[in-house]
Design a protein around this ligand. Sequence first.
Ligand SMILES: Oc1ncnc2c1N=NC2
Length: 193
Amino acid sequence: HFKEGPKHEWPGYSLNLFTYPEHYHEDIENVYIPHGLIMNRIERLAHYITEDFWDSNIMVLCFVKVLGRNSNRYLETRVEFIRYKSYLNDQSTEDLHIVGNTDLSFLRGKCVLVVEAIVDTGKTMQALLKHVQTFEPKMVKVAGLLVKRVPNMAESLTDYVGFEIPNRFVVGYALDYNEYFRDLNFSFMHEDR
Ligand SMILES: Oc1ncnc2c1N=NC2
């Protein structure tokens, strides 16, 4: 997936180009990926996913449903959420703690798309995929909106990548730092930690 990119790192956009909650002014460094760009990229991923899943029902996904309305094909989708905790402050913990229901037997024989906001070390995703496989789905693919470039990254776990980003902590657009910054629902910010 990841061609060796240019060595310079994308500097992000200056904060004064955007409006964002006052209470975050001291904590964020720049706008890394604005909302509009995220939306455009997600639509492209939905195109690839719809092609790959062609005539199978998809167990987990919402944005393909929108694409279904625009194109003449509608893939029935069902969305289930797996809540888990894998981060303490900004360090990934080793193990996967699934919160709530761990019985995923509804996946048996199904075409599953695991949708993750961010794939970092890949440890959580590997643990999640191992757990999903025990329920013998027909197919499992992974969509990650953000995938970090981390040293000796496990073979690419992600079939659909929104944005490949440097190995730095980002917040916003549902990504949090100990539950802070979740309400930055319009873009990613580099958290200068
Ligand atoms: O950079 C990150 N920002 C928020 N949450 C997570 C991150 N990486 N793994 C989980």
